[in-house]
Design a protein around this ligand. Sequence first.
Ligand SMILES: CC(C)(COP(=O)(O)OP(=O)(O)OC[C@H]1O[C@@H](n2cnc3c(N)ncnc32)[C@H](O)[C@@H]1OP(=O)(O)O)[C@@H](O)C(=O)NCCC(=O)NCCS
Length: 168
Amino acid sequence: MAEEEVIIRPLSESDSLEELTELLHRAYRVLADLNLRYMATHQDVNVTRDRIKNGRCFVAEMDGQVVGTITYYEPGHSKGSPWLERPEIAHIGQMGVAPELQGRGIGTRLMNYTERVARGDGAVELALDTAEPATHLIKWYERLGYRFIEHTTWDVTNYRSVIMSKKL
Ligand SMILES: CC(C)(COP(=O)(O)OP(=O)(O)OC[C@H]1O[C@@H](n2cnc3c(N)ncnc32)[C@H](O)[C@@H]1OP(=O)(O)O)[C@@H](O)C(=O)NCCC(=O)NCCS
């Protein structure tokens, strides 16, 4: 199984942010095709760098290739929704897995890894946001233990977001 060959690790200096950006574009293509303009569908490498700067980026590596990623923000680093701004709430963003490897458990491993990091930081909850019309993602997050908190709207997207959160 692919997930047994996959390691989750922090992004390193030698990882290419250009390749990471390409990976995000490929992963999020399915959402662009649904006309959901997530930042990661089209962001350039400078935006990838900026979004990582205030957080910690982790990657899934398989056979020496980066095949998945997630960025984690410790509590106190979020703006844009009352829940995200609470001092005990950590959150995640720009998560994607190479399309040809989706549905094989890599995303769940990225989430589990990040939940462990957040617990280690003393976060009480781990939150995320996604597009309200992306019902397949909302259901997946619910299966992982996340619950609906509130709606918010970002200037840079074309949809209303749902904030979801899980008690750690
Ligand atoms: C969301 C995403 C990161 C999840 O990663 P993943 O490696 O596919 O995740 P997993 O394999 O651990 O879980 C995917 C779930 O969808 C189900 N699934 C079934 N067929 C699938 C398929 N063809 N593709 C993806 N998921 C599938 C899996 O069974 C699994 O459900 P379960 O955990 O209840 O068994 C990944 O699908 C992705 O990159 N999607 C596009 C970008 C995106 O949506 N990012 C998040 C924005 S908020």
